[in-house]
Design a protein around this ligand. Structure first.
Ligand SMILES: Cc1cc2nc3c(=O)[nH]c(=O)nc-3n(C[C@H](O)[C@H](O)[C@H](O)COP(=O)(O)OP(=O)(O)OC[C@H]3O[C@@H](n4cnc5c(N)ncnc54)[C@H](O)[C@@H]3O)c2cc1C
Ligand code: SF4
Length: 338
């Protein structure tokens, strides 16, 4: 274990001041990802700035009919919050599909966005990894890449973003509120996470001296026709091989508006407006769902151990769209146990 200093932030301005003063410092919220990374020697912050006591724990209604969710609302509290259950059930289902009850009790909203990839080599400090050590190479491309990405990859990195919650947030078109030395700004969810390109060490467009303060959800919550479908190696306590979040506005059997996003397949939640447009105005049926899946996966590229994900993603998209169009209830969010 490395030596590090520990301080607490008194308020958001103090948190920004402290992180701006030390480029090797890191915020700690629930600690469920960061502490593991420190134990494995992947992250070596000189200082931990504890933000867990900041007053960012409210879920409030906005004037435009949406919600503002504080960055420190625990994942469990958010999933079971009455306003989430009533207005954004897809988000609740996605959160409850992740991790375990104990982890969700500790994990924060902001931390979930900023959790790092689960690529095996990222955690294995004796192997080259461009994300951990820029310029060292990517061990996954020719290595064991079963859990890695099939979309939006680069020659530098084929990692995936592991969050379930973020896949639903992509469909809901959430906004990320952040604060930094220059004041506050809002980042559209689609612009928050990055593709690896030739800078895979940067997961997001959050600057190193900024803090996430809140998430804003627009009013549209897709309360009737939605689904979050996660395919994984075990039924719980496992990251997605492929997941699909769907929100549909239906008029009888006709799709008025479709949104869907994939998790487990790319460096960020993967949405494709061309594939969504192919569904709008169409009757809901297997043929049109298959066409949308083919469109979304048109540039998918498999590696030695993960090519199966392309067909898995195709079938998962069709099943998720079918469930959502039929208004199939989500058992996950109706159970109070993990
Ligand atoms: C065994 C295990 C299984 C898991 N399974 C799943 C799963 O299936 N699906 C899933 O989605 N997740 C899963 N997770 C991940 C879990 O959801 C994340 O670890 C958690 O959401 C991170 O939140 P945290 O508050 O603990 O973050 P921390 O560990 O405290 O921080 C994570 C990162 O975010 C930064 N950070 C935290 N808050 C802020 C902020 N407000 N502003 C700026 N930076 C910030 C920290 O500096 C750090 O870099 C799993 C985790 C474990 C350990
Ligand atoms: S895929 Fe990315 S995280 Fe994994 S070894 Fe390659 S560079 Fe590292």
């Amino acid at each position: 274990m490395i030596n590090f200093q520990y301080t607490r932030a008194n308020d958001v301005a103090d948190a920004v001041r402290q992180i701006s003063a030390d480029s090797t410092a890191k915020f700690i919220a629930g600690g469920t990802n960061l502490l593991d990374l420190m134990k494995e020697d992947v992250e070596q912050p000189s200082r931990l700035i504890d933000i867990s006591r900041l007053p960012l724990t409210k879920v409030e209604e906005t004037a435009s009919g949406g919600l503002l969710i504080g960055a420190l609302v625990p994942n469990s509290d958010l999933a079971w919050h009455p306003l989430i259950a009533q207005r954004y059930p897809m988000l609740g289902s996605a959160i409850l599909a992740g991790a375990s009850a104990q982890l969700r009790n500790m994990a924060s909203t902001g931390g979930n966005l900023l959790q790092r990839t689960r690529c095996f080599y990222f955690y294995d400090t004796v192997t080259p990894c461009n994300k951990r050590e820029p310029g060292s190479g990517c061990s996954a491309i020719k290595g064991v890449n079963r859990i890695n990405a099939i979309l939006g990859t680069s020659e530098a990195c084929i990692a995936t973003h592991p969050s379930d919650m973020c896949v639903a947030l992509a469909v809901l078109e959430a906004k990320v509120h952040v604060a930094g030395p220059a004041g506050e700004r809002i980042i559209a969810f689609a612009d928050f996470h990055r593709l690896p390109g030739d800078t895979p060490q940067r997961d997001t467009n959050l600057n190193a001296n900024e803090i996430v303060t809140a998430l804003e959800l627009p009013a549209q919550g897709f309360t009737k026709n939605y689904t979050y479908l996660k395919i994984r190696d075990r039924l719980s306590y496992a990251f997605a091989l492929v997941s699909v979040a769907v929100g549909l506005e239906m008029d009888g059997n006709t799709i008025r508006q479709a949104r869907f996003a994939l998790g487990g397949v790319a460096h960020k939640p993967w949405r494709d407006t061309t594939a969504e447009a192919a569904l709008n105005g169409q009757a809901a049926n297997q043929d049109i769902f298959m066409r949308a899946a083919e469109l979304l996966l048109r540039d998918a590229k498999g590696y030695e151990h993960n090519a199966f994900k392309i067909d898995l993603a195709r079938r998962t998209i069709v099943r998720a769209l079918t469930q959502a169009a039929q208004g199939t209830p989500q058992s996950q969010s109706n159970k109070k146990i993990a």
